[in-house]
Structures are given as structure tokens and as C-alpha cells.
Write a protein that binds this ligand. Structure first.
Ligand code: FCB
Length: 447
């Protein structure tokens, strides 16, 4: 490795990321209301082996221990999300003091340990009571969300500077309201376009609310993204790749950047007309202080007459004889560089951060040690691509590993392990993996 953390300059934020539903457990304790993920994962047949996040890493009770491990590793930035239904059990209305107390304790513990909290307001766990009213497909979600954001900022804004509005809107609307493979398990284009438009409006509105309440806040939102490469140099495959790029990479960032939905490059998006109201185009735009990109892999795309509307298909990595992670995602470090360059072209955001990056590999715990060389190599190569982008002039200012501990990987359950710290889900024992020790050494001030 021919670079150190100093190659990134003194103000670069190195950190780790988690999400409430994936780690907290305590799903029905201390007044918490159910979220769509509580309901979905406790419904038969929805997740790998019927697993759920009812207990997960039990972070709700073990946060202090976990944060002390984080501190011991010298990690100075922690991105985590707030569970909406722990704070407002019905989504709207009464605030649950015990939920507020919990996040106060987490924030205070971080600050005592010299760890800067970075809050994601929404990481996919909509209150179930709101889903009963249509959830993200109901335009009223804009008011429900605005109220939630105000409650959070009014309680935590004095101590938390860094805020992210949404986590990967394409994934929770696409997987949750179109494909039905994530909570709440709805399907179809009608649901998708309604949910996507309302999420895009909330993304900007959330930013406006945080800024109006915190003049010195550092405000952003996050996007999933992957390089999209054509299967062959043929015109058809190139056009197919371009259409998939619109859907996977451009759909949510462009309206935020004031460019509107990229309808001209994907006719299917004309269906937004069903839900867009007069004046919405302005409301979709907001000049975030930063955007967070979350990059794991790339996609290879071929044209396909069998896939209506998008006329393209993704050629799975396992059919291409390439190295993959346990998620079946191709290991392709350059995707990080390509995405940083691509997203830096949107001029109205001052900074870009990598708010998630990491890999699941099968870990073997032997005599208290996990020699996860593949994860360490994966992270090293990705970080090198971040440096390459920085040296090409991209204002990339941070990098967060997904994830701090192993956790509940949504519909995939507990099988994929992304952590720098191993969790034995039977005993709740934590074991720092070799990759965790390596990351710790890499980011330490004295390294
Ligand atoms: C991202 C999600 C995160 C985690 C990783 C592996 O899409 O934001 O919660 O599941 O993928």
C-alpha cells in the first residue's frame, strides 16, 4: 500500500456507518411503535430463514460497550440512523420520551468518547401506522416527515452538526414499493412512482428544515450508486446501459440538483406526471452542503426485448466468472472512482462523502481471531480509488465503512457479514476482525 491516511489531508472524516433497524433490536421496548421492517421481517417467508431484527446486535442495551470498542479503535466519526417509530410511535402525534432519552444517551456517549455523531434521519424503517395510511405513496408523508425532522433537530441539533436526510431513496422505494422484496412489500409502478416522488420531495424538504433550524449544520443526503457498463460495445447495449444508469444513478440526485427528473433519457419516467403537482419542480431542489454516495459494485447491462419499459437486463456477476462478495456483487474497485467523478459533476453540492462502502465475506472465527484478508484488501482498494478521485480534483471529504458491526442485512438476514467487528448473535459476543484492526491502524493520528 503506497498511501497513508495523510494522503487525504488533515480534515478528511474517517468513520463507520450503521442503521437503526439493522442493529438496535429492542423492537417493542420502552414505548417503541412497530415499523414496516418489524412487520415485514416478522411475516413468514419475507426474509432469509424468516430472520428478523427483533434482537439483532441488541445495540439498544449494548450501545455503551459498542461505542467503547469504537473509541478503542480510534474511530472518530459514527454515522447512525434514528428509528422514527421509537421517537414517535405512531409516526405522527405523541413523542416517546424514552426514545428521545435513548438517542440522547447514544449522542452523549459518542461525544464523551470524542466520536462525532453523523445522523441519518431515515434509513428505511417507516412507522407501521403511517404505512397503514399508504406510507410513502401518500403525499401526506411530506407533512409526517417534516414533523419528524423538526422533533429530531429540536432535541439533538444542539449537539449534532452532521445530518443526512434519507438513506438511498432508490432502494427503499424500488425494493419496497416496486419489487416488493423489502418492507413494506408493495409492488407495481403506480406505487413506485408515488413513493419515489414523495421521497424526492422529502429529501429536499428535510434539508430545508434542518438548515432553517441549524444555521451552522452540515447537511446532506445519501444515494446508492454503481458504475453501469454495457455488456458489448453495440449501440443497443450502450443505450440499455444508459437507461439503467438513469434509473440507478440519476433519478434522485438530478431533481435535488434542480435539473428535474431525467425524463428525456428514459421515457418511462413520464409516469411521474401522475403524481407531480404544480410547483413541485422547485420543491424538489435543495443545495445540500454535501451528498453521500454509497458504492459497492458495478453492473453490466445488455439490451433485452423481454424486459418491457426499460428494455435492459443486468448480467449477474456469477454468470461472468468474476470475483464476487457474499452478496453476489462483483469486486470492482474502480466503480468508486467513476461514481465520485460522476456525482461531482453536480455543481450545487460543495462536498461529496462516501457514506457507505464495505463487503460481506464469510468470516471464520478461530481461537478468537478472524483473519478477513479479503475484506481488508477490498477496503484498501476502494480507499485507493477514493484517493485517485481526490487527486483528480473531486472534493471528497470523508469515507465511512459499512459497517461497524455485523448486523441484520435486511431480506438477506444475518448471513452476510459486513462488520469490522464480528457479532456472535447467540451470545452477543463482539470480536474485532483483522480488518477492524487494520482500519484502526490506518486512520490513527499517530500512524
Ligand atoms: C446499503 C444499505 C445498508 C446496507 C448495505 C449493505 O444499500 O444502505 O443498510 O444494507 O447496503
Amino acid at each position: 500500500m503506497n498511501f497513508t491516511k495523510d494522503s487525504f489531508g488533515p480534515n478528511f472524516s474517517w468513520g463507520v456507518s450503521t442503521a437503526a433497524y439493522q442493529i438496535e433490536g429492542a423492537w417493542n421496548e420502552d414505548g417503541k411503535g412497530p415499523s414496516v421492517w418489524d412487520v415485514f421481517s416478522n411475516t413468514k417467508g419475507k426474509t432469509h430463514k424468516g430472520q428478523n431484527g427483533n434482537i439483532s446486535c441488541d445495540f439498544y442495551h449494548r450501545y455503551e460497550h459498542d461505542l467503547s470498542i469504537m473509541q478503542g479503535l480510534g474511530i472518530r466519526n459514527y454515522r447512525f440512523s434514528l428509528s422514527w417509530s421509537r421517537i414517535i410511535p405512531n409516526g405522527i402525534g405523541e413523542v416517546n420520551t424514552k426514545g428521545i432519552d435513548f438517542y440522547n444517551r447514544v449522542i452523549d456517549t459518542c461525544l464523551n468518547y470524542g466520536i462525532e455523531p453523523w445522523i441519518t434521519l431515515y434509513h428505511w424503517d417507516l412507522p407501521h401506522e403511517l404505512e397503514k395510511k399508504g406510507g410513502w405513496t401518500n403525499r401526506e408523508v411530506i407533512d409526517w416527515f417534516a414533523n419528524f425532522v423538526q422533533v429530531c433537530v429540536s432535541h439533538f441539533g444542539g449537539r449534532v452538526k452532521h445530518w443526512m436526510v434519507l438513506n438511498e431513496p432508490l432502494v427503499f422505494t424500488g425494493a419496497g414499493y416496486f419489487l416488493g422484496i423489502h418492507a413494506p412489500g408493495k409492488k407495481g409502478l403506480k406505487n413506485f412512482f408515488a413513493a419515489a416522488h414523495h421521497a424526492a420531495l422529502c429529501q429536499a424538504e428535510g434539508g430545508r428544515i434542518v438548515r432553517s433550524m441549524l444555521s451552522d449544520g452540515h447537511i446532506g443526503t445519501t444515494f446508492s450508486c454503481s458504475s453501469i457498463h454495457p455488456f458489448s460495445p453495440s449501440k443497443n447495449d450502450e443505450m440499455a446501459a444508459k437507461r439503467v444508469d438513469v434509473l440507478l444513478n440519476r433519478l434522485f440526485v438530478e431533481p435535488l440538483a434542480g435539473l428535474g427528473y431525467p425524463v428525456h433519457d428514459l421515457k418511462l419516467l413520464q409516469r411521474f406526471e401522475e403524481v407531480v403537482k404544480d410547483g413541485d419542480e422547485q420543491k424538489l431542489a435543495f443545495d445540500m452542503d454535501f451528498i453521500g454516495i454509497q458504492n459497492y459494485t458495478r453492473e453490466i447491462v445488455a439490451s433485452s426485448r423481454l424486459t418491457p419499459l426499460i428494455w435492459a437486463k443486468v448480467i449477474e456477476a456469477n454468470k461472468r466468472k468474476v470475483e464476487t462478495t457474499e452478496m453476489g456483487w462483483e469486486v470492482y474497485p474502480e466503480s468508486m472512482y467513476e461514481m465520485l467523478l460522476k456525482f461531482s459533476k453536480y455543481k450545487n453540492f460543495k462536498e461529496i462523502l462516501v457514506t457507505e462502502n464495505g463487503a460481506a465475506f464469510p468470516d471464520i472465527l478461530e481461537n478468537g481471531v478472524i483473519r478477513d484478508v479479503k475484506r481488508k484488501d477490498f477496503l484498501t482498494q476502494k480507499i485507493q480509488q477514493v484517493l485517485r478521485a481526490k487527486q483528480s480534483g473531486v472534493n471528497v471529504t470523508g469515507y465511512f465503512v459499512w459497517s461497524f458491526t455485523d448486523n441484520f442485512e435486511w431480506a438477506e438476514g444475518y448471513r452476510p457479514r459486513f462488520g469490522l467487528v464480528h457479532v456472535d448473535f447467540e451470545t452477543q459476543q463482539r470480536t474485532i476482525k483483522d480488518s477492524g484492526r487494520w482500519f484502526s491502524g490506518f486512520i490513527r493520528d499517530d500512524s
